[in-house]
Design a protein. Structure first.
Length: 150
């Protein structure tokens, strides 16, 4: 249904995010057993930031190559996420409304991370995102796969 180059680019980004999460799996597991220290929290925050950036790359590919429209302006990151949950003439929704709600949490964290000092990070703020990242990612991959299959 979609051009092979588009599918190939999306699959590449999916592999990159898989690789990211595998690379830090030991750190994620460690945080299940005990509260992480500042250095570990900082590393986890960086992974969360990279995780959302990877997801956004997938959404940008879809917006550019399928929708032919990438949002502009100050809120473009949020608008892009919302666009992925819309049913458009050129395609069905890429993600469900529930997934959009989940990803808004990661987007909000990404914004905080980019505009704050790392010593302001707290485990209480990151814990829910960290503990749900693998489930969110698996669900998102399923939704993207369903989307690509047409």
């Amino acid at each position: 249904m979609f051009p092979e180059k588009t599918i190939s680019q999306i699959k590449f980004e999916i592999k990159q995010i898989d690789k990211l999460l595998r690379a830090y799996e030991e750190l994620f597991n460690k945080c299940q057993d005990s509260e992480p220290e500042l250095i570990e929290i900082t590393a986890l925050a960086s992974v969360l930031h990279s995780f959302y950036n990877g997801i956004e790359k997938i959404f940008e590919i879809i917006a550019k190559r399928i929708d032919k429209a990438i949002p502009q302006g100050k809120q473009w990151h949020r608008d892009l996420l919302i666009q992925m949950a819309k049913d458009l003439p050129s395609r069905k929704p890429v993600i469900s409304k529930n997934m959009m709600t989940e990803l808004l949490k990661y987007l909000a964290f990404r914004h905080f991370y980019r505009h704050s000092y790392s010593f302001f990070l707290s485990w209480e703020e990151l814990e829910k995102l960290v503990n749900s990242i693998f489930d969110v990612w698996e669900s998102l991959k399923t939704e993207i796969s369903f989307f690509m299959d047409g």
